[in-house]
Ligand binder design. Structure first.
Ligand code: UDP
Length: 507
């Protein structure tokens, strides 16, 4: 038996396995963690998602809409996803009065304190999980950026699997750079070195582009704690799929001597418009209105432009991007965040631009239904900051990308898109810009924006090849999550590995 029982689900009829998901409450981490919890629950385990109050309502909404969509498509088996809402009082650890637990409202300069403060959740959570009312946890699945969860799992006497909302290529590069001290003796942060330990594969990065996890000044102890928690983890779950990067998945598993369960693309868990549009924050545009706008455009003609949930551009850079988009003469959807933070001049610029490109350009001021947009046949290119979720969502939709990394893992993700997968064109940014407005002036000029977009939408033979590769990956991604696919099998295997049936997490 494969342990799935007649219903095709593990543990049906028996005491169910209970996986406790602890996300980092940044959109790029929370969204894929909730999707993973839904997947684990639809494969027969109980899933609990632990968040602070600002996030509880919206996670419940995502879960409810996903379940409604599932029922409407005729799936009968009940799905058990619980949302645990734990208060986090930041005032007691020195945050300004009135500061709530929503990361969008954390004052500048308090980032490190926020990460440290999250460990305050450990004891209340332990008490909650020990109390009657839910099955005792089988396994904790917590974000790789939350090292305190290792101690939580140890205290509960259960394994902890580390969740990476990153690709194996990126995680492996960071690991090898650290393990082999790749930047020791290198003259400057902008000097490129070859990432060690990748055999005959040559990828060059600078320290500024790939400093390692939390290897910023002042965060040393946090970075050390994260590395310890990674070394002690009982395995890794990644939002990627085996067929896209088998060698990097295998190399990371070998380096850690632990299993890596690739379970992505997790966005494919949502098959309905309402469920997809409810993955993140409330959208600033009605999903149907957005789809109707796209319905009127030719296939592969529209470029979608978004820089994720954190990156925050300098006003001058926004103007260049806008003028570059206008100059392409192509239809576009452009997501502009935090318009309220810019002055009247910016508001006027955007309004005037919008008037000039009426019918051809759609501005979304706020949160966009990204996956829904990318999945539409009219979308032919994506200008992205290279957050891993965005790259993977482009892959899943078979859409080539213009890569414009800002910080964090985004430079390595750019390498993944351009050099490993061959589906991207870089705008040529070499230095990171940090997310709060940094007065770096214009990084990428309007002509560069225009040229990159043209090459992605109609780059001749090369452009066709990029599109063909992106489409082939999209096909593999779909296969991975279907019956018998690698990601689907890995979800079963993850559950089995900790329920003592026959699995094992070591390699
Ligand atoms: N996202 C979205 N609408 C937006 C901005 C972002 O749906 O307007 C989603 C996007 O689809 C992705 C996530 O938020 O799933 C952003 O994650 P990513 O890793 O791309 O970037 P980050 O926000 O972490 O920099």
């Amino acid at each position: 038996s494969d342990g799935r029982g007649n219903s095709g689900e593990i543990g049906a009829g028996d005491a169910k396995a209970h996986f406790v998901f602890i996300p980092l409450m940044f959109q790029g981490h929370l969204i894929p963690t909730v999707d993973t919890a839904l997947m684990v629950a639809t494969h027969g385990a109980v899933a609990t998602v632990v968040v602070t109050p600002s996030y509880a309502g919206r996670v419940r909404r995502t879960v409810d809409l996903a379940m409604t969509a599932r029922r409407s498509s005729g799936a009968a088996a009940p799905v058990d996803v619980r949302v645990v809402d734990l208060p986090l009082d930041l005032a007691v650890v020195g945050f300004p009065d009135g500061c709530d637990d929503n990361i969008d409202n954390i004052p500048p300069g308090f980032g490190r304190d926020y990460f440290r403060a999250l460990a305050l959740l450990r004891e209340p959570l332990k008490r909650h999980l020990r109390a009657a009312g839910a099955p005792y946890p089988t396994c904790v699945v917590s974000d790789a950026c939350l090292p305190w969860t290792q101690e939580l799992a140890a205290g509960l006497g259960v394994p902890r699997v580390c969740f990476f909302s990153m690709c194996a290529f990126c995680v492996l590069c960071q690991h090898n750079i650290e393990r082999y001290n790749a930047f020791d003796g290198v003259a400057g942060d902008d000097v490129a070195v070859v990432v060690p330990g990748l055999g005959d594969k040559t990828f060059e990065v600078t320290k500024a582009q790939a400093p390692g996890f939390f290897r910023m000044p002042g965060w040393e102890d946090y970075g050390d704690a994260m590395e310890r928690a990674l070394a002690e983890a009982d395995g890794f779950v990644m939002n990627t799929f085996m067929e896209m990067e088998p060698e990097f998945v295998a190399a990371y598993a070998a380096a850690r001597r632990m299993k890596v369960w690739t379970i992505g693309p997790v966005s494919l868990h949502h098959q309905h418009t309402t469920s997809l549009a409810a993955r993140g924050k409330t959208t600033a545009i009605d999903a149907d209105e957005c789809l109707q706008w796209l319905d009127n455009k030719e296939p592969n003609s529209v470029v979608y432009v978004s820089f994720g949930s954190i990156a925050h551009a300098d006003p001058k850079q926004i103007v260049e991007l806008g003028l570059g988009l206008e100059a392409t003469g192509r239809p576009f959807i452009w997501v502009v965040k935090n318009v309220e933070l810019y002055g009247e001049t910016m508001r006027e610029f955007l309004q005037e631009l919008e008037a000039r490109v009426a019918g051809r350009g759609l501005l979304i001021r706020g949160w966009a239904p990204q996956v829904l947009i990318l999945s539409h046949a009219a979308v032919g290119g994506f200008v992205t900051h290279c957050g891993w979720n965005s790259i993977l969502e482009a892959v899943t939709a078979g859409v080539p990308v213009v890569t414009w990394p800002h910080f964090s893992d985004q430079f390595l993700n750019q390498k993944m898109a351009v050099e490993v997968l061959g589906i991207g064109v870089s705008v040529g940014v070499h230095e990171p810009v940090v997310f709060q407005v940094e007065k770096k002036d214009i990084v990428v000029g309007r002509e560069v924006v225009e040229t990159a977009i043209r090459s992605i939408l109609d780059g001749g033979e090369e452009g066709e090849e990029r599109r063909t590769r992106a489409r082939a990956l999209a096909e593999k991604a779909r296969t991975a999550v279907q019956e018998g696919g690698s990601s689907r099998d890995n979800v079963f295997d993850l559950i089995k590995s900790f329920t003592g049936e026959q699995g094992d997490n070591r390699i």
